[in-house]
Design a protein around this ligand. Structure first.
Ligand code: NAD
Ligand code: LMR
Length: 333
């Protein structure tokens, strides 16, 4: 099981690489960045876990060498938000090109790898990866994932806080659907594994939803110029990568919300589009993972009228973000 991190020397990349080095299912770890990746690799290589670690830089075909034989590729490369860069969409100008070029490397060297996209804006960078793969004739919608796990992790944490017991947080499970930015992040709190207290009033519920949707802003503000979430994202990214790895190795029944192409599961994707009342190409929904990647896209299930309104409010921004990503690569039809 060879895992590759593209952007491995960054704020997310380093702790994510550490967590992947600690995962015994990973036998080989390749770290690629435009700076510092060989140093990070040597540092991690002293850790007494089975995987071999190597670091690569752009010269001498570094990207190609890192990607050769890859099973799972995680992409946290690109610039993060900081105060003044108010939306994830503002990152598009720089990150779209970075993700396109890395996707080209994957499409040409490791077209069968499972690709996990962290770089923002996820709602647009996932379509960019897919369009690059289409251009190279290697697109398999089952193998490309937008990592929205941090929203799920935040929902677990914030719900456990409302329940007054942080020790519950690892077992609190809330599906978060839609996309990964502001109003496109839709927590389905009515489906929380741990129901919210009946005493929670409407404004407290709105506050909780808002905190999950805009949790990223909380971190950007607190870091005060030093970037956005890195450690919690590394935790979330390693958790999702770990699930993909377990599913690819044959474990059954693993379900996680992730932003996928709705063509990846014809039955589930079509049913979800119908449920949404919109012909969207991508959506984050609970996805059952399997040996080939996406095995089954689940629908929204039973949701409250207020959640239905949140889903509807997410669709215009989500759709515009997706179109922007697709247009950036412009596949001749
Ligand atoms: P960072 O600046 O600390 O690290 C980014 C790294 O990418 C740097 O080491 C940089 O050298 C590298 N890089 C830049 N161009 C590259 C290229 N062409 N090839 C390889 N590496 C390249 O940023 P960060 O805090 O780690 O955030 C990275 C990205 O992740 C940002 O876009 C951020 O918005 C996003 N993010 C996503 C989520 C999510 O939930 N999906 C959460 C947090 C952050
Ligand atoms: C997050 O949700 O923390 C990330 O998408 C980073 C950001 O810009 O908020």
């Amino acid at each position: 099981m060879k895992a590759v991190v593209l952007g491995a020397a960054g704020g997310i990349g380093q702790p994510l690489s550490l967590l992947l080095k600690a995962n015994p299912a990973v036998t080989e770890l390749a770290l690629y960045d435009i700076v510092n990746s060989p140093g990070v690799a040597v540092d991690l290589s002293h850790i007494a876990t089975p995987s071999k670690v190597e670091g690569f830089l752009p010269p001498d075909d570094g990207l190609k060498k890192a990607l050769t034989g890859a099973n799972v590729v995680v992409i946290p490369a690109g610039i993060p938000r900081k105060p003044g860069v108010s939306s994830r969409d503002d990152l598009f100008k720089i990150n779209a090109g970075i993700v396109r070029d890395l996707a080209t490397g994957i499409a040409t060297t490791a077209p069968k790898a499972f690709v996990l996209v962290i770089s923002n804006p996820v709602n647009s960078t996932v379509p960019i990866v897919a369009e690059v793969f289409k251009k190279h004739g290697v697109f398999d919608p089952k193998r490309i994932f937008g990592v929205t796990t941090l929203d799920v992790v935040r929902a677990s944490t914030f719900v456990s806080e409302i329940l007054g017991d942080r020790s519950l947080s690892p077992s609190v499970s809330v599906p978060v659907v839609g996309g990964h930015s502001g109003v496109t992040i839709v927590p389905l709190l009515s489906q929380s594994s741990h129901p919210l207290p009946a005493s929670l009033d409407a404004s407290a519920l709105d506050g909780l939803i808002n905190r999950i949707q805009f949790g990223g802003d909380e971190v950007v503000k607190a870091k005060d110029g030093a970037g956005s979430a890195t450690l919690s994202m590394a935790y979330a990214g390693a958790e999702f990568a770990g699930k993909v790895i377990r599913a690819v190795k044959g474990e059954k029944g693993i379900v996680a919300p992730t932003f996928v192409n709705l063509a990846s599961d014809k039955t589930g994707g079509d049913a979800l589009k119908k449920e949404l009342g919109k012909d969207l190409e991508y959506f984050s929904a609970p996805v059952e993972l399997g040996v080939d990647g996406v095995a089954k896209i689940h629908g929204l299930g039973k949701i409250s009228p207020a959640e239905k309104a949140l889903v509807e409010a997410a669709l215009p921004e989500l759709s515009a973000n997706i179109e922007k990503g697709i247009a950036f690569v412009e596949v001749p039809k």
